[in-house]
Design a protein around this ligand. Sequence first.
Ligand code: NAP
Length: 303
Amino acid sequence: MTWHIVGAGSLGSLWAARLARNGLPVHLLLRDRVRLKAYEDAGGLTLVEQGKAHQYPIPAELPSHPGPISRLLVACKAYDAEAAVQPLLQRLAPGAELILLQNGLGSQNAVALRLPHARCVLASSTEGAFREADFRVVFAGHGFTWLGDPLQPAAPGWLADLEQAGIPHGWTPDILSRLWRKLALNCAINPLTVLHDCRNGGLAEHPAEVGVLCAELSELLQRCGQPDAAEGLHDEVLRVIQATAANYSSMYQDVANGRRTEISYLLGHACATATRHRLRLPHLESLHERLKAHLHQRGLPVT
Ligand code: NAP
């Protein structure tokens, strides 16, 4: 069965190249004729691994191309996912499955609401990749991808394709807990690195601020039925700050490069969930406001 992939960016290309080079059929879905022409001119997707570049001439098409889609990997940013899936709805075959690679929470639900008859598998990945140029992606950090479906605990048969492609992965019945935990880690670290203009390690100089955020995030996780995601959060945040001290967070890099952030699906989602549960989390709310003001000042979207 063909892997259709919408979002031929960093992670989408990383998946596409590994699937295609291991003999699995892959089709890329590009947003419009301009992007399709640019892709054709490039001659395919290039993946750079350990300094070596390989090009994969994976077929690409427009969303309007005829033909059913049974398996769709959605590899756009969270703020683009719903709009990217929209033009593909009428192509989805009965029983189609989607794999949603978006970071944070909120976009997965928005997509799933449009697809009451399709299965949506959620993913949480620690793999790292970045775009060096159009359709040229660098595999920057090995990692692992957790997959799961909160509505259906049985693992899908296509995990064998990931095995064949050498994509490190695991199936979990608790994907929401993993996504919440990652969201909480992100909320405790990334916005502060932007506001303090520092690497992750710089947060070691702001222990009280980090501590109070972890306490509020733990309260939120408890309240929204994710106690496992709250367990030992503060300790893990401190470990991550130490282990990744020399790194700039993904949000820091987005802001530094004038790129839109996924704020609405991270800190924004945490604050919106707290409000829905009538929970007052003053430090988290103030962090959200300060971050929005910072983005606004730099002409970046605040959602
Ligand atoms: P990215 O490099 O910006 O790639 C996103 C791709 O989506 C772009 O190629 C973009 O197309 C495409 N796209 C957007 N709207 C589209 C549409 N309507 N139709 C077709 N294509 C569309 O993003 P990424 O870094 O791979 O991130 C994807 C998700 O994975 C994010 O939620 C991110 O947080 C998460 N994630 C990323 C990494 C990483 O290392 N990169 C690691 C873990 C998690 P154009 O090229 O035309 O703009």
